[in-house]
Design a protein around this ligand. Structure first.
Ligand SMILES: Cc1ncc(COP(=O)(O)O)c(C=O)c1O
Length: 392
């Protein structure tokens, strides 16, 4: 069979590959620790599990409307209006198979072959393949460690932004850097984008995972004109430990939501009925479960930073105040050893049985991303191994 050119060059996620390699070594009996995953290590709160079980028993097992149950679209609209400081109506919400599919549907509906989509980079690994699948080209806009990986539009002054640039993808709190954009960062960035007639996709999937008093500002809350130009992406995957449930949402102009629903109806139909029903419980839950998880992540974040600070002769990093990642610049070490970040990750896994993700998967070479979504005991072992490797 001849594979369509659309997918023949499509790679599966680099993170999933590292996790698979780590899994293989584990199956061989090796004591592997992986700091590659991008998901909380806690189980889904019991109230959400119970809601799913009850929904199944109650027969919520059939087809649902393509954009999701109206009750859930209403609950998400209320949840976002309450917590994100902008008004949302249910017709502006589509329930999708994770935030990822919300991004995919948006791109399929807004981008034509030959268009360009701008992405401040380093950026999450899946934006680029999803942009390419829509027929468009990605234009990375560089972010700099010296700027704390914040967006600094002055840095892009000399860059030629093509006429066919249609939109920009923002992600705060950020994967891989853990940086949370301030209101001022966003105002400048949105002004820059709107001057260029770009729509803004604001991926806010880590919005609840914040430290050091950082505030999450939703792009769409910056005013009605910004809202009408923004597609907000989020969900409960990270905040409510529901990565495997595959439920997220997009919030956008209702005509775009209708197109996305049509596409969803002709592809995956809708999100699993009882998963949607359980998400109603997530939407109405008090925040203490999320707060407890974030407090646990914060402890680990501080521990990891302490350990990294002790290795400063080999590396540098920007203190993250959101998500659950550390993005570490290893250029000092890699230049000395004359190896790439990909070689480093391969070697670290082979020699120390420690899995981390190369920065080049996020569009930034000579760096690695560490996730601290694992136990304190594992983190202690992981940093001992990293230290041992760097000392070689
Ligand atoms: C920045 C970013 N956006 C979106 C997603 C996808 O989230 P979901 O699991 O809800 O599809 C991820 C998952 O890792 C992510 O890191």
């Amino acid at each position: 069979m001849k594979i369509a050119s659309r997918v023949s060059g499509l790679k599966s996620s680099a993170i999933m590959e590292i996790s698979a390699k780590a899994g293989e070594l584990k199956a061989l009996g090796k004591d592997v620790i992986s700091l590659a995953a991008g998901e909380p290590d806690f189980n889904t709160p019991e109230a959400i599990q119970a809601a799913a079980t009850k929904a199944m028993a109650d027969g919520i097992t059939r087809y649902t409307p393509a954009p999701g149950f109206l009750a859930l679209r209403e609950a998400v609209a209320e949840h976002v209006t309450r917590e994100n400081d902008f008004q949302v109506s249910p017709e502006e919400v589509i329930i999708t198979s994770g935030a990822k599919h919300a991004i995919y549907l948006t791109l399929q509906c807004l981008v034509e072959a030959g268009d360009t989509v701008l992405v401040p980079t380093p950026a999450w690994v899946s934006y680029s393949p999803m942009i390419e699948l829509s027929g468009a080209t990605i234009l990375p806009l560089p972010l700099f460690e010296e700027d704390g990986y914040r967006v600094n539009v002055d840095r892009w002054k000399g860059m030629a932004i093509p006429q066919n640039a249609r939109g920009i993808i923002l992600n705060s709190p950020n994967n891989p850097t853990g940086v949370v954009y301030t209101r001022e960062d966003l105002v400048r960035l949105v002004g820059w984008a709107m001057q260029r007639n770009l729509w803004i996709m604001s991926d806010e999937i880590y919005e609840k995972i914040l430290y050091d008093g950082a505030e999450h500002v939703s792009t769409a809350s910056l005013g009605p004109e910004v809202k009408s130009n923004t597609i907000t992406i989020s969900g409960f995957s990270k905040s409510h430990c529901m990565t495997g449930w595959r439920l997220g949402w997009a919030i956008a102009d209702k005509d775009l939501i209708k197109r996305m629903s049509a596409l969803q109806s002709q592809s995956n139909s809708h999100v699993t009925a009882f998963v949607q029903w359980a998400a109603l419980t997530a939407a109405k839950m008090p925040s203490d479960t999320v707060d407890q998880m974030v407090a646990a992540f914060d402890k680990r974040r501080r521990y990891c930073m302490e350990r990294l600070d002790r290795m400063s002769e080999h590396l540098s990093y920007v203190r993250p105040n959101g998500a659950f990642y550390l993005f570490v610049n290893l250029s000092k070490f890699l230049s000395r050893k004359k190896i790439s970040d990909v070689d480093f990750c391969r070697d670290l896994l082979a020699q120390q049985y420690l899995g981390v993700v190369p920065g080049s998967s996020f569009g930034k070479e000579k760096c690695i991303r560490l996730s601290y979504v694992t136990s304190q005991a594992n983190l202690e072992k992981a940093f001992d191994r990293l230290e041992a490797y760097l000392k070689v």
